[in-house]
Design a protein around this ligand. Structure first.
Ligand SMILES: Cc1cc2nc3c(=O)[nH]c(=O)nc-3n(C[C@H](O)[C@H](O)[C@H](O)COP(=O)(O)OP(=O)(O)OC[C@H]3O[C@@H](n4cnc5c(N)ncnc54)[C@H](O)[C@@H]3O)c2cc1C
Length: 424
């Protein structure tokens, strides 16, 4: 088969790898001049040394990301446990909590237990005991996270000094409004997968190594090429680019964000429009910088991952100390990556700034997934959709890989034995 793929994020790349491995001709379109998954990574010089950093720095574990890890094993991608230290503080104030073992709260050294810490620890223990049963009972399937937390009487301290900072600045990278509307079962399952004892991992040689392995052997990669029109014709799916090229494919895999796909589908069906409209996105600002004002006030309290909460507790940012994320860096000066900043770094400390996007997960997006499932069941389907938005759960590398495995499976592509059909 002749397969066209639009987008070379992890979804498009894993689809390309699966189809190429099965002997099909793959053409990959990417609007960036590098593979999309690695498009925001940057190379810079510090203290006379050339360094490369992933943007964003992506982490995973075996429980929440089983298919991603299978893929990385198939590809021979080396993975390393990360330093699990996390700190929690209000902006401009000393740390009130440190977490050293996968989201297990501990007292900061030398500090006395406070009412705030008592509440957090009690509610974390209550959550760890109650959430698995609540999930098994399925009584709150239709509830939002806000409703679930209210029904179970979780303290405001647990929610705004612990849970929401973790979710909004790391796991989901979204606003608190978006968190409130998240389907409760999605968050509960994700948290239980994270709260366990499985170490958090990173790829040892960065995203550049992953994309090299995924794209090996794919001869027709059109870099710097934006697809502007897609039409179904009697001969197949016709894809046009802004460079004036046109190609016809037996099947086309749309592996862009859902909101980007709407720009080039020329005559989408009503069902396709309804499906794509169900997925909204939020902007996620990210800075790579050297401003210590965004970090915990005392240098000795800096952890690998620092969650800094706005004074009015309406938002939280995550400041990753990249020197810890990359323990092989031989430099003295700190490099920090801040996601969803509650204050911006001083302009002269900024090495790079990006505006990324993340899909919003709510009742409407769950309905969108049902519509997608129905679309993909049509026997004569030629245009397929994958991406982190296109599978259940928090949109992560895992959901993106699952979505491309599903498309490959639907087109009868033999998957590596390590992928269990039940998991996709
Ligand atoms: C700040 C932040 C931190 C994150 N941290 C983690 C983490 O720790 N762990 C984790 O698992 N996930 C994490 N994620 C989520 C994860 O990065 C994404 O879910 C995943 O990368 C999305 O991949 P994708 O292939 O679905 O989409 P994308 O990566 O968005 O790929 C879509 C591609 O399509 C291309 N494209 C779009 N339109 C066109 C067009 N018309 N023509 C040609 N090309 C086009 C785009 O350039 C892009 O390369 C994080 C996300 C953010 C924002």
């Amino acid at each position: 088969m002749k397969i066209g793929i639009i987008g070379s994020g992890i979804a498009g790349l894993s689809a390309a790898w699966l189809f190429n491995r099965a002997g099909h001709g793959v053409t990959l379109f990417e609007k960036h001049h590098t593979l999309g998954m690695d498009a925001h990574s940057m190379t810079f010089e510090q203290e006379g040394i050339a360094l490369r950093t992933d943007v964003p720095p992506r982490i995973f574990n075996v429980t929440q990301w089983p298919n991603l890890l299978n893929l990385y094993r198939e590809l021979g991608v080396a993975c390393d446990p990360i330093d699990p230290s996390q700190s929690f503080s209000l902006l401009g104030q000393p740390n009130f909590l440190n977490v050293d073992v996968a989201y297990q709260p501990q007292l900061p050294e030398g500090l006395e237990i406070t009412e705030q810490l008592n509440q957090i620890m009690n509610d974390v223990a209550r959550f760890a005991l109650g959430a698995p049963q609540d999930l098994a009972d399925g009584l709150f399937v239709q509830k939002t996270l806000a409703d679930y937390l209210q029904d179970h009487n979780y303290s405001q301290t647990f929610i705004y000094d612990f849970l929401y900072p973790i979710l909004a600045s790391t796991v989901c990278t979204c606003s608190y409004d978006c968190l409130n509307a998240y389907p409760a079962p999605v968050i509960l399952q994700t948290l239980l997968n994270l709260f366990g004892s499985q170490p958090l991992l990173r790829t040892k040689y960065g995203t550049q190594d992953v994309v090299k392995r995924l794209s090996r052997g794919i001869d027709d990669i059109r870099y710097g090429t934006t697809v502007c029109a897609v039409n179904l014709t009697p001969d197949g799916v016709r894809v046009e680019t802004t460079k004036g090229q046109a190609d016809i494919f037996d099947h086309l895999i749309v592996a862009t964000q859902a909101n980007q796909a709407q720009n080039f589908l020329s005559n989408p069906s009503e069902a396709e429009c309804n499906m794509l409209d169900a997925f909204n996105y939020e902007d996620v600002p990210v800075f790579v910088h050297q401003d210590p004002a965004l970090m915990p006030v005392k240098y000795k309290d800096w952890a690998h991952i620092n969650l800094i909460i706005a004074q009015d507790r309406s938002a939280a940012m995550c400041c990753v100390w990249m020197n810890r994320f990359n323990p092989d860096w031989q430099i003295d000066q700190p490099i920090i990556q801040t996601i969803n900043p509650v204050i911006e770094p001083q302009p002269d400390t900024i090495l790079a700034g990006y505006n990324l996007q993340r899909p919003v997960v709510n009742k409407q997006s769950l309905a969108g997934l049902e519509l997608l499932k129905q679309l993909h069941q049509h026997a004569d389907r030629r245009i397929w959709f994958c991406g982190s938005y296109a599978a259940e759960g928090v949109p992560l590398l895992e959901s993106a890989v699952v979505s491309s495995l599903r498309v490959a499976n639907r087109l009868s592509i033999q998957l590596p034995d390590t992928f269990l059909p039940d998991n996709i």
